[in-house]
Ligand binder design. Structure first.
Ligand code: ZN
Length: 286
């Protein structure tokens, strides 16, 4: 297992972590400047942030700073009507930005995210998700852009993602890419998966070919908001080094991406302070 205690070479910042400091949107290009100033080598930006900054301007800024991507957030939402076009654009943007993978949050019951689920057939939603991934996979293969399925904690099954365990995600991978070509894999996010008694076994099942991204933050007890109360690494109950050890035992040698949505705490602080804390905790708690 790699030693993270002496530097932050393998730290990536998911740019949602510092997206609205003191309640104000921190523009993506300024976030990239700040990351570069602090010697951070990789980021994972969100599509809306890239759209606001401009795709070409983002691409130029990444190159001029020598910043890599650890992923691109995000495609998916296969149960909504307009998924297909949005996902194709997301693929093209990921290619332009040189992302190693497009992260997919697959969607839940149609309409639920807007407060009005159109039906209660979660098994049907899962079939629709798998069909949508199968279609997108063809375009992704043409572009040589791997797709990373991100299983989300079951509390999001209705509205954001009906793939909720690593086992489920790997079942989809095995069905659609039995040859383990590298075109389809998973994003392991400790926030979503830490509780799963099968986690270690499923990480071993995933193996190197399927492990495309590793996301960290912490689970606060108690959690005050289902979406926007993620903790800084070390402030919660997840044994992050243990899970990283399992992932690295399979040969994963990529970035450890910090992804914290924290409306009441970390989004209320200055962005540079948050980045500094991410660096410290990456060394001490990841
Ligand atoms: Zn994640």
């Amino acid at each position: 297992m790699r030693d993270f205690s002496k530097d932050h070479r393998w730290l990536s910042i998911n740019t949602a972590t510092v997206r609205q400091q003191h309640g104000q949107e921190w523009p993506l290009l300024q976030i990239l400047d700040a990351c570069a100033r602090q010697g951070i080598r990789a980021v994972s930006p969100w599509r809306d942030q890239v759209a606001a900054a401009g795709l070409q301007a983002t691409s130029r800024a990444l190159r001029s700073h020598g910043l890599e991507l650890s992923g691109y957030c995000r495609g998916g939402m296969f149960t909504s009507d307009d998924a297909r076009d949005g996902n194709l654009r997301a693929l093209d943007e990921a290619c332009e930005l040189g992302a190693p993978c497009l992260v997919l949050v697959v969607g839940g019951l149609p309409g639920a995210l807007n407060g009005q689920a159109l039906h209660k057939d979660i098994a049907g939603a899962r079939r629709q998700v798998q069909d949508g991934i199968a279609q997108l996979l063809e375009q992704a293969r043409e572009r040589r852009m791997p797709l990373a399925l991100e299983p989300l904690h079951p509390m999001y099954a209705a509205d954001r993602a009906c793939i909720n365990t690593l086992e489920q995600a790997l079942d989809v991978c095995d069905a659609l890419d039995p040859g383990r070509s590298g075109a389809l894999g998973v994003a392991v996010d400790v926030y979503h998966l830490w509780w799963d008694p099968k986690l270690q076994a499923q990480i071993e099942r995933a193996g190197r070919e399927r492990l495309l991204a590793f996301h960290v933050c912490d689970w606060l007890a108690p959690t005050r908001d289902l979406l926007l109360d993620r903790g800084m690494m070390g402030d919660g109950v997840i044994d992050i080094p243990r899970i990283r050890g399992w992932v690295e035992a399979q040969g994963y040698a990529g970035y450890s991406e910090v992804e914290i949505f924290s409306a009441a705490n970390w989004w209320q602080r200055g962005g540079d302070e948050v980045l500094k804390t991410c660096i410290e905790r990456h060394r001490s708690a990841v």
